[in-house]
Ligand binder design. Structure first.
Ligand SMILES: Nc1nc2c(ncn2[C@@H]2O[C@H](COP(=O)(O)OP(=O)(O)OP(=O)(O)O)[C@@H](O)[C@H]2O)c(=O)[nH]1
Ligand SMILES: [Mg+2]
Length: 689
């Protein structure tokens, strides 16, 4: 248990810690000279039960409230001192308010210097204290008189603290490791040491960690917990870490840094928070109000962006966006305190609720609803609520990181909520089971509607479909969603299109009539040199546009192939040409053939023959090397030619020749050039037309 002192200057905090532990926390020369505490002091008290109580002694001076804040952020238990002869003073009130804002609701009030007052006075002060703590987090704290001078009440207080430490169930060490640095120094023979309270998780000797926000990498060479050498430090421990790393030095790490599990390093300078303004504050907090933000041991300048319409009145709470002067290493739902820029007084504080809020559209109803869920401390309830608000999807990886959740905690969250998690790149987008059902069924419904309205189209474009659906997933996440749904077999991903598995493209009756007039023009003797779109349009009296549209449609149905721009060949013809190409190749030495040899067989002119071969090259049916080509027999079936088994391929890559089943496929149609015409291998690589 870490105990932190609090209270007005000179109210006997340091003297009391010394009376309890024997340790004088005022080590600095200046502290001795001035008789006040300036920096944080640390003391440890081993108990009979083998526990160690840690003490953080803070300064009471009004100019050092920021130091008190750095200390108070790392404590479990408050030891508030009020001098019996002085009573409640300004920093008693301010420290009490800070403890309240930090949510430290466990502690005791010591009425110090009890030796200086009469019993009646002591009773009056006790009454005054009870009134001061009423309504704060410490309202149920016991009030005990002590004197560091005479020793009165000191043993009782020590016993009280030991009992409290025994009663506490130690903080959960779940979550990823974070330690808020309050000191960095070098020790001779050891190296760089940083100290602070472990905010969450565990740290082991030899762990690799990161210093945030600087990002410096380090290894834990050794560690102390409560001033003793240990192998592991846990949440709630006060630890000293001996860090090693290429860029690690005493100067490179300072108070306010956070040593973190390397998965957590993601500093932020824009944070959504719930801010409570102290009732004692004179004026409301307005738009773009400048503050000093205190978080863990860090202090940074910031502006308050109001997310509601009106300024925040004293005593009221509201959602705000904090825009920081520089990034800090935070987590949700960390507590924070804001003070005014001249650092004269504490204004308020609260909890962080979102470390990556949007800078724009932050006042929409949707965003408001998200914040309401994010404000919930319990991660499971918060994430469940978040997924029930638009856009009904959230990045689980970022959520887990920003709440310092361990892998096991995240897994449990997924299991308990039955989440559907879509992975893409480094992000893990989660959707609730209900929303996933809605998403899936509306996707299937949209695809079905699209087919009904567009029977002649192969499917709906992915992007078009994405924009039709809620939640509107980011593109890469949508792809992951499509893949997941397609695994069920109901939809098929067809390039950039999505169609239902049962969908077949069908021509409307007009288009069927048009096709019936066009198809004969593409076949017959001229099939190796069919008319182009322009020629067909002229021959049939239709517009080029219409002919082109229909032929593209026929292409999607696998009836034709667009060999070159606006030049469509029947699929049967293309298949026939692959076989001819294979045959030409088989008739040459080395199975290589030239475009001229191919043209001679098709008798369709040099230009068209080259276009066909280039089309085959693109499809991988032929392999082009210099002026000659070979057949890639693995691709011969692309247009429907029977697949060759490797035993068929004894004649090399183009052993189709001579197979009667291939010849018979062409029926009685004579193949130009004939199967038996053997052209000699080319002597020259130039075209000879
Ligand atoms: N008579 C009497 N004097 C005390 C007692 N406790 C502290 N003092 C004196 O009060 C003065 C201030 O005590 P500190 O313990 O330094 O007070 P503090 O709260 O630590 O002061 P800061 O850290 O500067 O805020 C010192 O001169 C102490 O000797 C006490 O129980 N009885
Ligand atoms: Mg002191």
């Amino acid at each position: 248990m870490i105990i932190g002192t609090a209270g007005h200057i000179d109210h006997g905090k340091t003297a009391l810690v010394k009376a309890l532990t024997g340790v004088d926390c005022d080590r600095l020369k200046e502290e001795k000279a001035r008789g006040i505490t300036i920096d944080l002091g640390f003391a440890y008290l081993p108990t009979a039960a083998g526990q160690v109580l840690g003490f953080i002694d803070v300064p009471g001076h009004e100019r050092f409230v920021h130091t008190m804040l750095a200390g108070a952020s790392g404590i479990d238990f408050a030891l508030l001192t009020v001098a019996a002869d002085d009573g409640i003073k300004p920093q008693t009130v301010e420290h009490l308010a800070i403890l309240d804002l930090l949510g430290i609701d466990w502690g005791v009030v010591a009425v110090t210097k009890a030796d200086l007052v009469t019993p009646e006075h002591l009773e009056a002060v006790t009454t005054q204290i009870a009134a001061a703590i009423a309504g704060t987090a410490l309202e149920r704290a016991d009030i005990l008189p002590v004197s560091a001078l005479t020793g009165r009440g000191v043993d009782e207080l020590r016993t009280y603290l030991v009992a409290a430490a025994t009663a506490t169930h130690s903080r959960s060490s779940e979550g990823r490791f974070r330690l808020a640095v309050d000191r960095s120094f070098t020790l001779a023979g050891v190296g760089v040491v940083v100290t602070g309270t472990v905010l969450s998780g565990l740290v082991h000797v030899a762990d690799h960690v990161q210093v945030s926000p600087s990002g410096l990498m380090a290894r834990v060479r050794s560690l102390h917990a409560q001033n003793r050498p240990e192998e592991v430090g846990r949440a709630g421990d006060r630890c000293a870490l001996n860090l090693a790393g290429p860029d690690i030095s005493r100067e490179a790490i300072r108070r306010g840094d956070v040593v973190v599990d390397r998965d957590l390093h993601a500093p932020t300078d824009r944070i959504d928070a719930v801010l409570r303004v102290l009732p004692s504050e004179g004026k409301p907090i307005g738009q773009w109000f400048p503050v000093r933000l205190h978080h863990a041991a860090a202090e940074v300048g910031a502006r308050v962006v109001l997310l509601d319409d009106s300024p925040i009145q004293p005593g009221a709470s509201a959602d705000v966006q904090l825009v920081l002067d520089r990034p800090i290493a935070a987590a949700v739902p960390d507590r924070f305190v804001v003070r005014d820029v001249s650092a004269q007084q504490t204004l308020g504080g609260g909890r962080f609720i979102d470390l990556r809020p949007p800078a724009r559209r932050r006042r929409t109803p949707e965003r408001r609803a998200q914040r309401a869920s994010l404000a919930i401390s319990d991660p499971r309830t918060a994430f469940e609520g978040l997924l029930e608000t638009p856009p009904f999807a959230a990045d689980l990886a970022a959520f887990a990181r920003d709440r310092a959740l361990s892998a096991a905690q995240t897994r449990r969250l997924v299991e308990e909520l039955g989440l559907v998690v879509l992975e893409s790149g480094g992000s893990r987008t989660a959707i609730s089971p209900d929303q996933w059902r809605i998403f899936t069924s509306s996707l299937l419904a949209q695809v079905a509607t699209y087919h009904a309205e567009n029977p002649d189209l192969q499917g709906v474009g992915r992007e078009q479909l994405r924009l039709m659906l809620q939640p509107r997933l980011p593109k890469p996440v949508f792809v992951a969603a499509l893949q997941r749904i397609s695994q069920k077999g109901e939809i098929v991903l067809d390039g950039a299109f999505v169609r239902s598995a049962s969908h077949e493209v069908r021509l409307g009756s007009d288009d069927t009539a048009t096709w019936d007039t066009i198809a004969p023009l593409l076949g017959g003797a001229e099939r190796f040199r069919p008319p182009r779109v322009r020629d067909i349009a002229a021959a049939t009296g239709r517009t080029e546009r219409d002919v082109r549209r229909l032929l593209k449609l026929a292409g999607r149905m696998g009836w034709v192939d667009e060999i070159a721009d606006d030049h469509f060949f029947l699929r049967d013809t293309v298949r026939e040409m692959t076989v001819i190409a294979a045959d030409v190749a088989s008739s040459t030495q080395g199975s290589e053939f030239t475009a001229a040899q191919f043209r001679d067989r098709l008798a369709n002119g040099r230009k068209v023959a080259i276009q066909i071969l280039e089309f085959f090259d693109r499809q991988g049916v032929t392999l082009n090397r210099g002026d000659v080509r070979r057949i890639n027999r693995h691709r011969l079936d692309l247009f429907g030619a029977p697949v060759l088994s490797s035993s068929d391929a004894t004649g090399g890559e183009s052993s189709l020749v001579g197979r009667s089943d291939f010849k018979s496929e062409w029926g009685s149609e004579p193949v130009p050039g004939g199967f038996d015409s053997h052209s000699p291998p080319p002597k020259s690589s130039r075209w000879e037309s």
